[in-house]
Design a protein around this ligand. Structure first.
Ligand code: AMP
Ligand code: MG
Length: 350
């Protein structure tokens, strides 16, 4: 199949191109598009065949539900069987934006879209191309991240092209995304809202709006790998580069020394070694191929670059990859959640 590539500047949108892409969705086809978090792979959320096609294009297990993208709060009311008060409060505070709400579903969204669950994940994105596409298509758009299952999520159109060219009908290139991490997922189906996947909207921000918020224990990290996460997608090995990625944590000085030592040994053994470093440390490594993820004082920059750096390690053919730890104050939990999964929880404490 030929993948039609649309070029759309989010600041000066060419509505004719949006209409063409919307037409593909209405006819049951798939279109990848930019959102403020990562690129999504969209299909009509009410069409079971479109959802099946999304799973097939991504190679995604069909029990891993899709997020339904809307462009109006009332669409949430149309597809939920009941809505707690917290849904209104959170959507007033954070929609349009990088937060997904899990609510109980009615008949409107088919089980194919929700991976067989009686709940549905819903998000109102803020990216102008995403909202224009939803509006013009007249569909609610089911869209997981537009990557091959297991690979790092795409933060620009070339990432999507690498994974899905020839497997989908359309791709809208709207440039680099802004945030670079997937949405915060908040489950509202139980008494206390629970974060199933951390993101740019963190626990403190949610708590200011609705009071107590819990975090799914499976999100938190290394010692919890045996706990079953409530978001099916968080079960799978994910975001992973092809090389063997390990995270090194501890005092900056000691971390740099340890990575340098392992890189030296690995190179002596003939391995291609990649190092994920920061602006503060990149010049201190004399072995391996060093990629800078950003300035430690700028967590947004680190989040923005994470998936692109993991993909670049693949392009460079790195076999062993060492990363510093990025437990930054505000969105460090979201960043480390992705990095830990990408590393299959291989952490070296020094
Ligand atoms: P992606 O769009 O690729 O980030 O994947 C969507 C994420 O949302 C996956 O981790 C899913 O498991 C999660 N998700 C979607 N629907 C539900 C649901 N009804 N309950 C729990 N998690 C969900
Ligand atoms: Mg994904």
């Amino acid at each position: 199949m030929e993948t039609k590539r649309f070029q759309i500047d989010p600041k000066h949108m060419d509505m004719e191109q949006i209409r063409q892409a919307a037409q593909i969705l209405r006819e049951g086809g798939l279109v990848a598009f930019p959102t403020e978090t990562v690129y999504g792979l969209g299909g009509d959320a009410e069409d079971p065949d479109a959802s099946r096609a999304i799973y097939a294009a991504k190679g995604r297990p069909s029990d891993n539900p899709l997020i339904v993208h809307i462009c109006d709060y009332h669409q949430l009311e149309e597809i939920a069987s009941e809505l707690p008060e917290t849904a209104k409060k959170l959507s007033d505070a954070f929609w349009p934006g990088p937060m997904t709400l899990i609510v109980k579903k009615n008949q409107r969204i088919p089980l194919e879209t929700t991976g067989g669950l009686e709940t549905v994940a819903v998000r109102f994105p803020s990216h102008p191309v995403a909202t224009a596409l939803i509006r013009e298509s007249g569909c609610m758009i089911a869209a997981p991240s537009a990557n091959t299952s297991g690979r790092p999520s795409p933060t620009n159109a070339d990432h999507v092209w690498t994974d899905l060219n020839g497997k989908i009908q359309g791709l809208i290139d709207g440039g680099e995304v802004e945030i670079g991490l997937e949405s915060t997922i908040v489950d509202l189906t139980e008494e206390v809202p629970m974060i199933l996947r951390p993101g740019y909207i963190n626990k403190e921000m949610l708590e200011k709006v609705v009071g107590e918020v819990r975090v799914d224990p499976a999100v938190l990290g290394t010692e919890n790998v045996h706990i079953k996460p409530k978001a099916p997608g968080m079960r799978y090995k994910h975001y992973a580069p092809k090389g063997n990625l390990k995270i090194v944590t501890g005092q900056e000085e000691t971390v740099v020394k340890e990575i340098e030592k392992m890189a030296t040994e690995d190179e002596a053994a003939g391995k291609k070694v990649g190092i994920i470093a920061t602006a503060e440390t990149e010049d201190r490594y004399s072995h391996g191929t060093v990629l800078c993820i950003g300035d430690r004082r700028n967590e947004d920059e680190i989040a923005h670059n994470l998936f692109a750096v993991l993909r670049e390690m693949d392009e460079l053919g790195m076999e062993n990859i060492y990363s510093e730890d990025f437990s930054t104050p505000r969105i460090g939990q979201a960043i480390m959640n992705r990095l830990l999964k990408a590393a299959a929880h291989q952490v070296i404490e020094v």
